[in-house]
Write a protein of this length. Structure first.
Length: 270
C-alpha cells in the first residue's frame, strides 16, 4: 500500500525523465521500484504526493534532478564479477597490447558503480606487471557511487571473493570504528581516477583507450542508445583495443567495428 499518492502520470513522468537524462528505459514492472526509491525524499521534503514532488523538481532543477537519477540507477556490482574477464585481461589482452603499445596502458571502466570493477582491473594489472602498467579512468553517472568508489572502503564481506592472499596484498583491515571494513591500499587507488560522467553526454577524454569495460550498463538502454554508444566506444578505442561487456549483453547487430574474441569480449578492428 502506498501512503503517498503515486499514479500513472507520476510513473510516466519519472520514466521519461530517466530516459532523457540517463538513456535508461524503465519497464512497466519497475513502478514499485520508482515509488520505493523516491518516497523517502518526497516525505523528507514534507510533500504529500508525487505530483507535488514533480512541481518541486521543476523549480529545484539540477541538484534535485541529480538526486532522482542517483536514486533510480541500479548499482549492483562486485569484486571480480565475471571472473573470466579478468583472466582474459591478464592472459590475453594485456600481453597482446604490451607488444604494440608503450606502458602505461589506458583503461576505462565506464559505468563503474562503487568501484569494485575498477579496483579488480587495477589488481589484475598490478599482479600482471606493476601498479605502473596502466592508468584506469572509472566513471559513472551516479555521484553517490563515484564518491564511494573514491573512498575505496568496503564491508569486509564483499572482498571475501578475492581470497586471503589478494586481500592481504591489496587491502587494509579497518580497526576501531572501521572494524568490519576494508580499505583499498593507496598504491592501487593511485592507479584509478574516478569521475562523474553521463555516457550520453560529450566525453572530455582526449586520448583513446586500450581497454574499455562497459559491463551491465547497456542492458538498461534501448537499442538506439546502445548503437550510438558502441559506435562511440569504437572511436574511443585504439585499433586492436578491447571492449568488455556484461554477461547478458551482445554487440550482435549493433556494430561491425569489432570482432568477437571470447565470452562477451570484443576487439576493435583496424
Ligand atoms: C549494474 S551497474 C554495473 C557496474 C559494473 N560495471 C559491473 O558490471 O559490475 C550499472 C551502472 O551504470 C551506471 N549508469 C547507468 N546509466 C548511465 C549513464 N547514462 N552514464 C553513466 N553511467 C550510467 C549506473 O549508475 C550503475 O552504477
Amino acid at each position: 500500500m502506498h501512503d503517498l499518492e503515486f499514479n500513472d502520470e507520476d510513473f510516466g513522468y519519472f520514466r521519461r525523465l530517466l530516459l532523457a537524462q540517463a538513456g535508461i528505459t524503465l519497464a512497466d514492472h519497475k513502478r514499485q521500484l520508482v515509488y520505493g526509491r523516491l518516497a523517502r525524499r518526497v516525505r523528507e521534503l514534507g510533500l504529500g504526493s508525487f505530483s507535488a514532488y514533480r512541481d518541486w523538481l521543476k523549480q529545484a532543477g539540477g541538484e534535485e534532478l541529480g538526486r532522482v537519477v542517483n536514486a533510480l540507477t541500479t548499482n549492483v556490482t562486485a569484486f571480480m564479477r565475471e571472473p573470466h574477464h579478468f583472466e582474459f585481461l591478464r592472459s590475453m589482452a594485456l600481453p597482446q597490447l604490451e607488444k604494440q603499445h608503450e606502458l602505461p596502458l589506458r583503461i576505462w571502466s565506464a559505468g563503474c558503480s562503487s568501484g569494485e570493477e575498477a579496483y579488480s582491473i587495477a589488481m589484475t594489472v598490478a599482479e600482471w606487471r606493476s601498479v605502473h602498467a596502466a592508468r584506469i579512468l572509472a566513471t559513472d553517472i551516479d555521484t553517490d557511487v563515484v564518491e564511494r568508489a573514491r573512498a575505496g572502503e568496503y564491508p569486509a564481506k564483499l572482498v571475501e571473493v578475492l581470497g586471503a592472499a589478494r586481500q592481504k596484498r591489496w587491502l587494509l583491515r579497518g580497526t576501531g570504528a572501521s572494524s568490519g571494513k576494508v580499505r583499498v591500499k593507496q598504491l592501487l587507488r593511485d592507479m584509478c581516477v574516478f569521475e562523474q560522467l553521463n555516457l550520453l553526454d560529450a566525453w572530455p577524454m582526449q586520448r583513446q583507450f586500450h581497454v574499455i569495460f562497459c559491463r551491465n550498463v547497456m542492458i538498461y538502454f534501448n537499442e538506439e542508445v546502445r548503437r550510438q554508444l558502441v559506435a562511440r566506444f569504437a572511436a574511443q578505442l585504439v585499433p586492436g583495443g578491447y571492449l568488455f561487456i556484461g554477461h547478458s549483453e551482445s554487440l550482435h547487430g549493433l556494430s561491425d567495428a569489432f570482432e568477437g574474441c571470447g565470452q562477451t569480449v570484443y576487439r576493435r578492428l583496424p
